[in-house]
Design a protein around this ligand. Structure first.
Ligand code: PMP
Length: 301
């Protein structure tokens, strides 16, 4: 991936450098996104997934941190498509836009600084397993709260919490962490939302339970409803995870990823469940533009 978008221009990656004094680097105030574009071998086409929705979330996040940039949402959608064309991409990729206060002044605040955006691409297959199922632990780290560092924001500093939880999971021999919020309810994984299935109903924590308002979460809810599965957004207790029929993570990176073990308890029969697999299959077809009903989720590049 030779080219990146950096502070208003397409440049070779080695020319996109920021100062060690960059304000957001010190105080964790950079806002980022994680977007995917999929390559479909059969049609030899690239499909942009939810570009507009991701940039809309970026702008909402920027609003909270008092950030303004020169580019509009529409500009960023076009710039990202152009970046993919310039790099002549023919594979599944992850797109990372990041907005940061580029000033070199010292001091954590959200005023009087100038925000800039950089965007780069990298090839990404599966971020976590999507076939045989992942093993998770419930982390001993508590999820951030909206009045601390808002989990609703994809803000760099919030990912210290994710990194602590994910590291704990790996060191415990698991793949992923599930993090409880300050009230003791399930919030989400380290970088993905979570669903459980009980008696054919999908249950996921509400947006008021200290989660990132995931775009894949939204897409999963649409798919589930269209298939006739009831979906309930309500708080989930820790032990409800253990007794659920099925559990899965979802996210742009994670896609739809079954969870087959939590805290050494086998979930269901220890294999990805039928509803998870049903939703996963539809999701993978949708992101490659193969389902008419969800064609508006993707844009051919
Ligand atoms: N929660 C967290 C903490 C995340 O980092 C992500 C990845 N962006 C998600 C959930 C899933 O969000 P989305 O479906 O929008 O990628």
């Amino acid at each position: 991936m030779e080219y990146v978008y950096f502070e208003g221009k397409f440049v070779p990656e080695e020319e996109a450098k920021i100062s060690i004094k960059t304000n957001s680097f010190h105080y964790g105030t950079a806002i980022f996104e994680g977007i995917r574009a999929y390559y479909d071998k059969e049609t030899d086409k690239m499909f942009a997934l939810f570009f507009k929705e991701h940039y809309e979330r970026l702008f909402k996040n920027m609003k909270v941190l008092n950030m303004q940039i020169e580019e509009s949402i529409e500009d960023l959608v076009e710039i990202t498509k152009e970046l993919i064309r310039k790099n002549n991409v023919k594979s599944d990729i992850y797109i990372r836009p990041i907005v940061y206060f580029a000033d070199t002044a010292i001091g954590p605040k959200l005023l009087d600084y100038t925000a800039k955006i950089a965007i780069y691409l990298y090839p990404l297959g599966d971020y976590i397993d999507i076939d045989k199922g992942t093993k998770a632990i419930v982390s001993s780290w508590t999820r951030l709260h909206d009045n601390m560092i808002p989990p609703r924001l994809k803000v760099a500093g919030a990912y210290v919490n994710s990194a602590l939880a994910k590291t704990e999971a790996i060191q415990a021999g698991a793949d992923e962490a599930i993090v409880l919020n300050k009230n003791g309810f399930v919030s989400e994984g380290s970088a993905e939302n979570i669903f459980i299935v009980r008696d054919g109903t999908l249950i996921t924590p509400p947006v008021s339970d200290d989660i990132l308002e995931g775009i894949t979460r939204w897409a999963v809810i649409q798919i589930a409803k269209d298939k006739g599965y009831p979906v309930v957004e309500r708080s989930i207790s820790r032990t409800e995870l253990y007794i659920a029929d099925e559990v899965f993570f979802c996210g742009t990176g994670a896609q739809v990823s079954p969870v087959v073990e939590i805290d050494k308890r086998v979930i269901g029969n220890g294999k990805p469940g039928p509803i998870t697999k049903d939703i996963q299959k539809t999701y993978f077809d949708a992101v490659r533009g193969k389902i008419e009903k969800y064609k508006h989720w993707v844009e051919e590049i």
